[in-house]
Structure formats: structure tokens, C-alpha cells
Design a protein around this ligand. Structure first.
Ligand code: FNR
Length: 183
């Protein structure tokens, strides 16, 4: 049986990030042939095009980890109706130098949760534009705009009962999406 490594990019550096908790809980809904690694993006320098020929070690590490993966899972917060700066910074770093993007062709999924009622809908739409330009085939449906409210997670950090069916269906679709794009 093939194994699938998924690079998980969480767009929040906050210690108690709901999005990080969501990423960890989603991993438990995947089949055993899927493994997930949350990539570190908090130590990346601010992107500077002058450094393209001399990328920092943290950037090289990020790119190596993405290239080794069969798929990418973005779990994004919404900051001022878009994605966070740290997430965009990571995306820009791994897209360069020109012609050497680590993202090209990697099948992607997008999830996100916020305390607002729109559940990162705007941020996710912005992210879709970015991923299209990076030539990443991105799962379209189901969309998952998740309101971070009481009961989203249970005591063990798993997805709570009220969202479990929906997010299990999301994961099932994502698994097929990745498999179809790595066949
Ligand atoms: C937010 N938050 C927020 N929420 C939302 O639904 N729409 C928004 O536009 C914003 N804007 C925003 C800007 C900034 C700078 C911050 C710090 C926060 C609230 C946000 O959803 C909340 O802080 C989440 O908890 C962030 O995700 P993590 O860090 O818990 O993963």
C-alpha cells in the first residue's frame, strides 16, 4: 500500500491556536496510509527577493519538506478578512526562486477556523487565488468554514460530535483528492 506524507501549514503562531488544534484533530480522521507533519514557519525571515540566491536554512528546510510531501494541507486563520502575514510569508518563500517553487503540482486542501461567524471564508477565498497561481490543484468541495466555538473539540482534542460527520466527509474527499493527483 502506498504511503502519503502530508505537509501541514498552520497559519497561526499562537500557542493555543484553534487552527493548530484543528490540524491535529483532523489528522486523526485520516486513514493509516496518511501521515501528517506540521511544518514550522515561525522561524522564517521576512521574505526579501534579494535573498533568493541565498535562501536561509529555515527556507531550505521548508522547501525540502514540502517537496518530500505528496500533498499539502493549509489550515488558516482569518486576519482582517484575509490570510495571516506569516502564512503568506511562508508561501512566498517556498515559491521562489522563480521557476523553483516547491508548491507546483502539489494537491492541496484548505481548512480554517475563526471565532467569527464566517469561519475564515474570506481568508480561504484569498488563499484559493494564491494556490491557483502556484499551480496547486485544490480541493473545491466541501468547503469547511469552521466556527471556533464550544464543542468543536472534545476533551481529548479530537473533533467534537457536532462537527465530526462533516469533517470526516471532508477528510475522505481530501484523501481521494491527494491519491488521484499522485497516481
Ligand atoms: C482576527 N480575528 C478575525 N476573525 C475573523 O473571523 N475574521 C477576521 O477578519 C479576523 N481578523 C483578525 C485579525 C487579527 C490581527 C487577529 C489577531 C485576529 C480573530 C481570529 O479568528 C482569532 O484570533 C482566532 O483565534 C485566530 O486563529 P488561531 O490563532 O486561534 O488559530
Amino acid at each position: 500500500m502506498s504511503q502519503y506524507q502530508i505537509a501541514v501549514i498552520v497559519g497561526s503562531l499562537r500557542k493555543d491556536s484553534f487552527n493548530r488544534k484543528l490540524a491535529s484533530a483532523m489528522e486523526k480522521l485520516a486513514p493509516p496510509e496518511f501521515s501528517f507533519k506540521q511544518l514550522q514557519i515561525g522561524d522564517l525571515p521576512l521574505y526579501d527577493q534579494d535573498e533568493d540566491a541565498n535562501q536561509a536554512d529555515a527556507v531550505k528546510r521548508l522547501k525540502t519538506e514540502i517537496m518530500a510531501a505528496q500533498g499539502v494541507l493549509f489550515v488558516t486563520p482569518e486576519y482582517n478578512r484575509s490570510i495571516s502575514g506569516v502564512l503568506k510569508n511562508a508561501i512566498d518563500h517556498a515559491s521562489r526562486p522563480y521557476g523553483q517553487s516547491a508548491w507546483t503540482g502539489k494537491p492541496a486542501g484548505i481548512l480554517g477556523t475563526s471565532v467569527g461567524p464566517h469561519g475564515t471564508a474570506m481568508a480561504q477565498q484569498h488563499l484559493r487565488n494564491i494556490l491557483a497561481s502556484l499551480d496547486m490543484p485544490t480541493l473545491g468541495q466541501p468547503e469547511a468554514y469552521i466556527h471556533a466555538r464550544e464543542g468543536l473539540f472534545d476533551e481529548s482534542g479530537s473533533i467534537g460530535e457536532s462537527s465530526k460527520d462533516f469533517l470526516q466527509k471532508w477528510m475522505n474527499r481530501y484523501v481521494v483528492w491527494v491519491k488521484n493527483h499522485t497516481a
